[in-house]
Design a protein around this ligand. Structure first.
Ligand SMILES: [Zn+2]
Length: 226
């Protein structure tokens, strides 16, 4: 079985050579051994729920400390993401209600979002997203309410409402599981390579041999050489 250290380094490497929008999918692809095109096609709810689970598996933590800056008075705020964001529902579809009708929509994938962002204007981007997410076209007068319902569903899944303790301003932040995990994987990957360097110098072991050690054994050896 591959050690955590080895998986972190591989995920860091895989995610550092792709463009920003592909990064969450690239992390999942490296960690889960899933081909990148398949990860890019996953709905973002399922993708992010999987990333949340991988974060717990790799780093053994269920805490989600986060920082935000008040948009009004610039006070920095430290907060804990609610458990509901971190144990997201991982289905491929969402049911939204518009004018008393229930519509079954598919979560967009990383590719859908990138395609929408590449549209010449936001109107075209929204239309493309609706096409990808809904099984059939909606009437023109329903487009705005459908988009609002989809935004609400997205906010319920990945959004968090914050209030500034200094000025009372209320605003929303979007929780980006991929971005969150990427920062941690990058920091841990750099730390692990420094540890490999120290152990290779001290014992003459190869990178493969050192990455194969469990975290516990690597840390014990490090304590002996430092
Ligand atoms: Zn404020």
């Amino acid at each position: 079985m591959e050690s955590n250290a080895s998986m972190v380094v591989h995920a860091w490497e895989a995610a550092s050579v792709v463009t920003d929008w592909q990064r969450p999918a690239a992390l999942l692809s490296a960690l889960a051994g899933m081909p990148l095109p398949q990860a890019l096609h996953l709905g973002i709810a399922r993708r992010d729920a999987a990333l949340v689970a991988w974060r717990s598996a790799l780093f053994g933590t269920t805490q989600w400390p986060a920082f935000a800056q008040c948009p009004a008075c610039k006070t920095m705020l430290e907060y804990e993401l609610p458990r509901s964001s971190a144990t997201a529902d991982d289905s491929e579809s969402i049911v939204i209600e518009v004018d008393g009708n229930h519509l079954n929509a598919k979560w967009p994938s990383s590719l859908d979002l990138a395609d929408a962002a590449a549209c010449p204007n936001s109107q075209a981007g929204r239309e493309l997203l609706l096409q990808r997410m809904l099984p059939e076209p909606v009437a023109d007068d329903l487009i705005a309410p459908v988009l609002a319902a989809l935004a609400d569903a997205h906010h319920g899944f990945m959004g968090i409402d914050l209030q500034c303790p200094e000025c009372g301003k209320v605003w929303s932040e979007v929780f980006e599981a991929g971005e969150f995990l990427w920062r941690e994987v990058r920091a841990a990957g750099r730390r692990i390579l420094r540890e490999v360097d120290a152990l290779a110098r001290a014992y003459g072991w190869t990178e493969t041999e050192i990455l194969r050690l469990s975290d516990m054994r690597r840390n014990e050896y490090l304590a002996m050489v430092q």
